[in-house]
Ligand binder design. Structure first.
Ligand SMILES: *Cc1c(COP(=O)(O)O)cnc(C)c1O
Length: 222
């Protein structure tokens, strides 16, 4: 058994156990492998055990992998600068880190110009982390949602968050935010939260997608 299939088995068992603890169906939690700073050979090994979509943090790195692996899809889970927006739309199937109205407007303009459609996720920061990771505050969220304005080319899928470590309540904050906006918009919104070290807490709070790097692929290259 390759080390990836062994790690996947361990991860599936963790997800199953976390779901059983809160009466959720394990198939309701998507396992998104995060392949940043991992070699193409490992991505290919993961595709051989059934994974077809991978999270990448850096536009340049991700587009190289997307070009090298045309049968797989890559989603952007790292910060997006305005000047990389076009490349990001061209090479990633979803943009999961939209966090400000200017970026949303830029993406809309480009999606129209390029005639393509991409799933959009809003990255939230409810905890005033002000990390380099980015994220939209709750106060700024209405303006960002307005900027997307139900654009058919850029359908809103849900929210992504990277809550501060050691604060499981933070996942519950996201669950409340999701509920509020599902009610306002009258549509289902997904939550992408939980990583290698905290997927259990995220699942308990209702996460629909856990993004797993090291527990899936092993340690990253520097
Ligand atoms: C790196 C990264 C992950 C995966 O982190 P691990 O701790 O290796 O599982 C998930 N989400 C984002 C946004 C990341 O940058």
């Amino acid at each position: 058994m390759t080390s990836i299939s062994l790690r996947v088995e361990i991860l599936r068992a963790r997800i199953q156990k976390a779901c059983e603890a809160c009466n959720r169906v394990p198939s309701s939690v998507e396992l998104l492998p995060v392949s940043k700073r991992q070699p193409i050979e490992l991505i290919q090994a993961a595709s051989e055990v059934g994974f077809a979509t991978f999270g990448e943090n850096y536009v340049q790195e991700g587009l190289g992998k997307a070009q090298a692996c045309p049968d797989l899809s890559f989603v952007l889970i790292g910060p997006l600068q305005r000047n990389k927006a076009k490349q990001a739309l061209q090479h990633f199937t979803q943009i999961m880190t939209v966090d400000r109205p200017e970026l949303a407007l830029r993406l809309r303009h480009l999606a129209e110009e390029l005639q393509l459609s991409r799933g959009i996720w809003i990255q939230m920061d409810l905890w005033g982390e002000e990390t380099k990771q980015g994220g939209c505050s709750e106060a700024e969220l209405p303006a960002l949602i307005d900027a997307l304005e139900g654009d058919v080319r850029l359908p809103l899928q849900g929210f992504l968050a990277i809550p501060p470590p050691g604060n499981p309540e933070a996942f519950q904050d996201m669950a409340r935010l999701r509920q509020t906006w599902q009610d306002k918009l009258g549509q289902r919104l997904r939550l992408s939260m939980g990583m290698s070290d905290d997927l259990e807490e995220a699942i308990e709070a209702g996460s629909d997608q856990v993004r797993i790097g090291t527990a899936f692929f092993g340690e990253r290259n520097r």
